[in-house]
Write a protein that binds this ligand. Sequence first.
Ligand SMILES: [Fe+2]
Length: 179
Amino acid sequence: MAEIRIRNTEERIKGEENVRAFLEGQEVLYEHWDPSKLSEELQNKFVLSDEEKAEILKTYEDDINDLAARRGYKTWDIISLSDATPNLDELLKKFENVHTHTEDEVRAITAGRGIFIIKGTDDVGYFDVELEAGDVISVPEHKAHFFTLMENRQIVAVRLFIETEGWIAHPFADATFSK
Ligand SMILES: [Fe+2]
């Protein structure tokens, strides 16, 4: 289950209802898929063949189709990151810059963990959403954010998109952000 950390105050928000209510107030979609649908092997595997990626998409087919129908996503794929990923450190450095997109950024975590750092309303400031398998999040278009891994440095997620042009990251220069 996702947890929130508000960076200015170190306050943590836990529990599904609290997390959902907080994220709703920040216009961030948060949903939950059943992570136990996936075979135990794939819940713990971070280097995936094309067949294994297809199996993950097949396992969550109903959830994906439901979300896509409600929100207009047209394509989806699987992303996996771990220490086995070539140039992981370089990739993370690239990720760890605050940016925006013209479409929302959707991730459904199927294995491992990850964090979205999101610029909230003025009274909240930046907050972290710590995600684990089963967590589904959509950061709205034009909302400043970035993504990184947690200590275990491994994640598998389904990404859903409306248009390929919407994927492009636009840097967001923000003097108020400090890591
Ligand atoms: Fe992004």
